[in-house]
Design a protein. Sequence first.
Length: 454
Amino acid sequence: MDTIDASDFESWTSGQWRNGFPSKMAGLVNDSRKVQPGFLFAAIKTQARDGHDFLNTALEAGASGAIVNRFQTEVEIPQLLVSDVQKALRAAARGYRETWKAKVIGITGSCGKTTCKELLACLLSDSETLSTLGNLNNLLGVPMSILKPQGQTAEFAVLEAGISEPGEMELLEECIQPEIGIITSIGPAHLQDLGSVEGVAKEKGKLLKGSRLEIAFVGSTCMPYLKQIDCSKAVVVEPDEELSKLWSYRFETSDGRTRHWQNIEGTVREFEYGGTGAGLASNAALAIAAASHLGRGWETVAESLRDWRPAQMRNEWRKLGDWKVFVDCYNANPLSMRDSLDTFVRETSGEEARFYLIGCMEELGGESKRLHEELGRAIPFRKQDFLLVIGGEASSVLHGMKCAGRATDNCIAIETAEEATEQLRNFSGNVFLKGSRKYRLESVLPVLQGGAAC
């Protein structure tokens, strides 16, 4: 089936269609530039713009209808009139989810959500599987991910849930209603509103509170916070060199790939996939555990994993001219930063120089200065290395380095990524790019395309 019934939308949202009914509902967007023929357009008002001003644009792009809270008499397009567009989308997602036959896997965590989601969707890809597009994981993105005709026929749905404030996860859980839950990690992220790591764990754990939940798999960084997560069905998937526990795993890396062993139903199985790092191995182990619980044989899982690689700008290695470059420019918090640093250093051993271009971590509230100083102390900086730091806490990173006794002659705070280009042109060695999305660190990559300057 390639549409969702418009009358169901009316019932789920307690809204009313004006100007007739849409002939088709093939998808949903809130950006008129992304409308495709047969899509509904959600006219959402934000501080920057009002979606109601773009109904004509959506109609011209082929929108079959719009969801509005103000009826636009001058636009000849079916309009579902509701009191609050965002609340209506969540109500429609809840109602539509209730009709599914699919097994739903809900994924959250302080970092690794999107990678784990992509891994698991890959492992389930021999069956019809709906999954979150990109990282549309918030109060708007989750309903848009759910409200696809594919949900009516899919066998599995892999949905990602991201939050930054208390109360958001309850609303997302009501939409997702997972049978299987995954918490990839717990660490200091979004502390500005969540307050503490314990607060993070408590809010993340609310994804696991629904009546449909059968089992939850959680990563090893969740272990200190199991009390706050408060889920009796949670199973910890942890590294263990002896592989003595069910679902435990160990891994080795070489040439940008990982060999991975895991205890599956009491038998150790071997897997291999692209990418490196402890965080990636944990995400893979969680995805393998979930896929196995869903009945996927280990041979099928191993075959699916063999050709998998991380998405661009997420735990990605690139060989550009004379440089070996680690690119993880999508986001950053203390947990993911530490994992990325460990991965980079482990994969670039030896005396060859390292160039660190780091963007500061955002939304850490009152803990920001301390956590950036800890980052500075954690960077294994040597005299042949270079470090450039961008952001409001750059001085805290440099202070942490000094406190750790590091020489900081080659360490500079800069304002934009573009300021790093001159130093990179005259550098040959290994390059580390990691920071919050706002710093656009990937903008320096074109400089590296042709090899080091002579």
